[in-house]
Design a protein around this ligand. Sequence first.
Ligand SMILES: Cc1ncc(COP(=O)(O)O)c(C=O)c1O
Length: 371
Amino acid sequence: MQPEVKSVPFLDLSSQYRGLEAEWFDAIRATGARGSFILGPNVQAFEQEFAEYVGVKHAIGVANGTDSLILSLRALGVGPGDEVITTPWTFFASAETVSLVGATPVFADIRPDTFCLDPESVEKCVTPRTKAILPVHIFGHAADMDAIMQIARERKLVVMEDCAQSFGARSGGRVTGAIGDAGSFSFYPTKVLGCYGDGGMITTNRDDLNEHIRRLRNHGAVRPFVHTEIGMNSRLDEIQAALLRLKLRGIDQDIAARRSVAAEYTRRFAGTPVRAPVALAPDAHSYNLFTVRLPKRDAVREAFVQAQIGHSLCYPQGLHLQDVYRHLGYKPGSLPVTEQASSEVLSLPVYPGMPAGHIARVCDVVRGVVG
Ligand SMILES: Cc1ncc(COP(=O)(O)O)c(C=O)c1O
């Protein structure tokens, strides 16, 4: 007889799906019966509900998180000749979109505790060409927005928050996405608020940005067949919006469940060499990822493979050292806090409803390697 293999998934999307399936299918059937598939009532209602949750005037549904960055940067007037200060410790899209609009990403270093942009390093990167700061609330921890907004005010810069990983996290009591000029969200399935396909949202309190982004997401059209600028086809899908409305209702419980998984890991790692993620305030982290720093990281990774424990290496390299950005002139040692993080981190399984036995198993395997 084969021994029982107790594998631990990195996340389990299907159990949550089963709980939503009946209501979602009812909504899909209603959409079909109505025949209203593009920018229909679910997108409109979800935009309103999302804006209320985040605490902003406007929310604009788009096709994915990458487009939400492109469209916001364009609406903010970021383009060729401009520099955008951002973090190298993020998914590629945060910097890729700066390049896509023709601007240049300038990488500041990160704080060692939260992995988010270090305001002191940001300050040092400002030049006469700087147009924007693009903080990323990485892994679900809110960046230090008070300090970043102060730099922006003093230097007359715009601030574009990348909230793809931080739905519901707060900085100084305000929900991420409600603090800068605009906030960009992804509904990629693994996100805190994820859909079952692609989707994205832009938040803003600025009426001018709202109007401009709504035009840009729909081919730059001011009315049917009248185009005043080059836009895109980037609209949130009606069927995904119907699902996201259902998920938004339970999101506070989901975030609370992620926080209790994080608390249990943190309790179990106390007194070991494992450095669990820091939350600077109880509401600062929504734990899209639970990323620890470890001695013997690669040995732990190997032990996870043997034990069939899902994990992710976010991120193996700062974006400043990616080949595609070689022309920007960064070298190993340019951003030491980021580079140290990339040699030490590992992201452990975390999702609402993660069984206590799985948390215990992950911790046992880690402790078996690091002591
Ligand atoms: C920090 C960050 N920004 C942007 C994106 C892009 O979002 P999407 O995959 O929806 O295009 C992601 C997605 O993983 C992300 O993690």
